[in-house]
Write a protein that binds this ligand. Structure first.
Ligand code: NAI
Length: 726
């Protein structure tokens, strides 16, 4: 299989075009790495070749490492001696080093996005020219999957632009536009796409063409680095170290490894520095964090994006027009993302003014994009014109899908369902964005329950990548397929779940809030509860999340469930806190300006001081250890995820892990609740939960499914292969 075509032109320029067959994007896998090494060696050894030009035959230059292949390496990790792993990873880095020292100038023509190893090929080239297209992204995002750029990225970026600019790029995995890359000093030139190859070639044939890198010159010093670090760089390292501790609480080993790589690298010659980088890369590879993040955020997310759960026998659907009932916070957001995907939206609300306000939300987001140069005014106007605000349902007569996001009120939802179905074509489907009401019950208002489904978005819709698609008892395959096609069209990631109270995500989120409130009831200091949540890796503490999702909404939901279920409804142990917050103290949450926190106008939120009066706190020496609180918060949710799997709400651990992280920000370093349990070990997790149950109550008692797995020695994901006996 040929991944690279080689052609030497009349001027002695060897053009290497990367174009992997059968893939929409080039990636670095074993076959590519071998072929690339061979192509470079051949060009270097060919006396007729004066210079090397690298480009891509696909719209993107190269997307980075083949994560599927990396996943396979993870599978074998227990059987692979560390030295062999190191050799494997160091191989591609060594190829790039050979390329930059081969004695011939190398120009990289970046015709499209270059990330990770793709960008590292460019960094090792002597000249980088990029096509003038704001859609192109350049960067080293490895940190986001628990790794570091292992083919020279941590060494060449500081050498090219200095430590101060390099560290944020490496530590946050920031991606740059071509212009930004040029302004920062990571690219030499940006030219119109049609002139790209000519520009690269012109440089190769010009007197300016050089076959050396600045860092190989005698007496070279890393800007701000080696040879006695300048005080500003020392400060940068110290600030970065402090920032890391602040942000990651030690959950993520990659940023610290990157910092060490850069620091040590600045003191070393390039060849040694690259070996240090490979050593750190290998050490990260051996942590569960990288494996868990790659599996959930790339492999499983990728499968969800490709609609792996879509009923295969239903023909693909392209929805061109939707009806959006309710132009409030969610309806406005959904209208925006649909219009962005080129879908016409009839945006219905009770008054024309409310509908226009919903459209105004999209107008503002589009105006911001234009102001930031991410979109032309003409394009923004075209997108905005797709949203048609109205009070009339007439426009739904040719919609392929109608989504409702009116108030969370069953009777109201029933009414809008009936009104919409009176107008919608018989082939269209109806999706409810309810966050808590079971779909099967809502579908009772529908004359075609087989075409009724839950399409649950997250707020803010334009930023949140997940959509939870909920299948009611009577939802048919066609509705499921159409809903999934729609989610894919608007470029979100779907998980598919079965019906239940709160489905998966709302229930899972509730388990976190409930545990936080239970801790409060037990007299644990609110600041400890909140900090423990963040230290566990959650975006916010459980009390802050209760404020964000609205305490009064939770209160209404509890009341509704009590009405629906009567005595069989058993509220969580923290539910009384919610009730008192609403009934006694009138604190509805963030939207209402007061909840577990106060939200002073223009100021920073702070914990409501009276919490300690209403829920007396234990003396300081009787407060629990922060590790115990972290464990309780993480495990309470993980157990609930297992219960969802046991109850059939979730049908796979993959959906649970993807949904937990993408929908709710559940500690990404864990890879999600199921990955966390695997990492801890099912048997150990069960034993720890039994101990928690004895101390804190039945909610920690592991479900049958988990006990059986522990007995059988099962895991949720395949185990790395066992080490062979020597
Ligand atoms: P919202 O209160 O901001 O908007 C509801 C909109 O529905 C209002 O503009 C209202 O005028 C409109 N409306 C009421 N009756 C109507 C009718 N008969 N016809 C047309 N429009 C009507 O509420 P929000 O936050 O947008 O929530 C809407 C739905 O989405 C609820 O079911 C909620 O549970 C769900 N949801 C909310 C999330 C959130 O974070 N706020 C997240 C996920 C789902």
């Amino acid at each position: 299989m040929t991944c690279i075509t080689t052609a030497v032109d009349g001027d002695g320029i060897c053009i290497l075009t990367i174009d992997q067959p059968g893939r929409s994007m080039n990636v670095i896998d074993g076959a590519f790495a071998r072929e690339f090494a061979g192509a470079i060696a051949q060009a270097a050894g060919d006396a007729a070749v004066k210079g090397i030009l690298i480009t891509s035959g696909k719209p993107a230059f190269l997307a980075g490492a083949d994560l599927m292949e990396l996943e396979a390496v993870f599978e074998r990790v227990a059987d692979t001696p560390t030295a062999a792993l190191y050799q494997g990873f160091a191989g591609f880095s060594a190829t790039l080093r050979k390329m930059e020292t081969c004695g011939k100038p190398v120009a990289c023509a970046l015709n499209g996005t270059a990330l990770g190893g793709g960008f590292e090929i460019a960094l090792a080239s002597h000249y980088r020219v990029v096509a003038d297209d704001p859609g192109i992204k350049l960067g080293l995002p490895e940190v986001q999957v628990g790794l570091l750029p292992g083919a020279g990225g941590t060494q060449r970026v500081p050498r090219l632009i200095g430590i101060q600019l390099a560290l944020p790029l490496l530590l946050e995995g920031r991606q740059l536009s071509p212009q930004k890359a040029r302004d920062t000093g990571l690219a030499h030139a940006v030219v119109p796409a049609g002139e790209l190859l000519a520009a690269a070639k012109a440089w190769l044939l010009s007197p300016a063409a050089t076959a050396t890198q600045p860092w190989d010159a005698k007496g070279y010093k890393v800007p701000g680095g080696a040879g006695g670090m300048d005080p500003r760089s020392v400060q940068t390292f110290m600030a970065a170290g402090a920032m890391l501790r602040d942000k990651t609480y030690g959950n993520y080993p990659a940023p610290a490894a990157i910092l060490s790589c850069v620091y040590e690298g600045t003191q070393l010659p390039m060849d040694t520095a690259l070996r240090v980088e490979s050593k750190y890369f290998t050490s990260l590879f051996l942590t569960p964090v990288a494996r868990n993040m790659i599996r959930t955020l790339f492999i499983n997310k990728g499968k969800a994006d490709k609609l792996s759960r879509r009923p295969a026998d239903v023909p693909r659907n392209k929805i061109r027009k939707i009806g959006m009932l309710g132009a409030g916070m969610m309806g406005a957001g959904i209208a925006y993302v649909a219009a962005m995907a080129g879908i016409t939206v009839v945006l219905v609300d009770q008054t024309q003014e409310a509908a226009e306000r919903g459209k105004g939300y999209a107008a503002k987001l589009l105006a911001d994009a234009v102001a930031k140069g991410r979109m032309t005014k003409a394009k923004a106007d075209g997108i905005l014109s797709l949203i048609q605000p109205t009070t009339s349902y007439d426009g739904l007569s040719d919609a392929g899908l109608v989504v409702e996001a009116v108030f969370e009120d069953r009777a109201l939802k029933a009414e809008v369902t009936r009104r919409a179905e009176a107008v919608m074509p018989p082939t269209a489907i109806f999706g409810s964005n309810t966050s808590t009401l079971p779909i099967t019950g809502l579908a009772e208002a529908s004359s075609r329950p087989e075409r009724f489904i839950g399409i649950h978005f997250f707020s803010p819709v334009d930023k949140m990548p997940l959509v939870e698609v909920i299948r009611g008892e009577r939802t048919g395959d066609e509705a499921l397929a159409m809903a999934l096609d729609f989610v894919q069209a608007i470029r979100k990631t779907p998980i598919t779940v079965n019906d239940g109270r709160g489905f998966f995500t709302s229930r899972f989120c509730g388990a976190y809030i409930n545990e936080g409130q239970t801790l409060l009831l037990e007299g644990v200091a609110p600041a400890l509860i909140e900090n423990a949540g963040k230290m566990a890796g959650m975006p916010v503490g459980p009390l802050a999340l209760a404020d964000e999702t609205a305490i009064d909404l939770a209160y209404k939901i509890f009341r509704q469930w009590k009405l629906d279920l009567g005595d069989s409804f058993v509220p969580g142990s923290g539910a009384s806190v919610t009730t008192r917050m609403v009934e006694e103290f009138g604190r509805p949450g963030r939207k209402g300006g007061k909840g577990f926190y106060d939200y002073p106008e223009g100021g920073k939120k702070r914990l409501w001081p009276d919490l300690a009066t209403h829920w007396p706190q234990r003396p300081a020496d009787q407060q629990p250890d922060v590790e115990e609180v972290k464990t309780r918060l993480l495990y309470a949710q993980a157990l609930d995820a297992v219960r969802c799997l046991e109850a059939g709400v979730l049908t796979t651990p993959e959906d649970g892990d993807v949904g937990a992280i993408l929908g709710l920000g559940y500690a990404p370093w864990t890879g999600g609740p199921f990955s966390l349990i695997d990492t801890v070990g099912v048997a150990r997790f069960v034993a720890e939960c039994d101990a928690l149950a004895a101390k804190h109550g039945e909610r920690f008692s592991p479900p049958r499914l988990l006990r059986d797995m522990a007995t059988r020695g099962d895991r949720f994901y395949p185990a790395p292969a066992a080490k062979q006996a020597a």
